[in-house]
Write a protein of this length. Structure first.
Length: 86
């Protein structure tokens, strides 16, 4: 199992993550993102938490599941709280 950081995600996933953040008033720097790759089954687990102390939510990817859509659903549901004021 290999661990990666946000900047190591594919460009398309980073762009989608950043767009989801912007649509909900966040910036990517509001979050800590880590990726665990499971070589045995080609699955990844993306862990995302607010930098200011929320619990981490985990999104498993396999068979084309879009983890960014699941993350955005959680943003809309206030799982990560409200954006910080500028």
């Amino acid at each position: 199992m290999a661990q990666k950081r946000y900047h190591e995600l594919p460009t398309g996933e980073r762009d989608a993550f950043e767009a989801a953040c912007a649509r909900h008033g966040f910036v990517p720097e509001d979050f800590e993102v880590s990726v665990q790759e499971h070589a045995a089954n080609a699955q990844r687990t993306i862990s995302i938490g607010r930098v200011v102390g929320s619990q981490f939510e985990q999104y498993a990817t396999a068979d084309g599941i879009d983890w960014v859509a699941l993350f955005e659903r959680d943003l809309a549901g206030d799982v990560f709280g409200f954006p910080l004021a500028d």
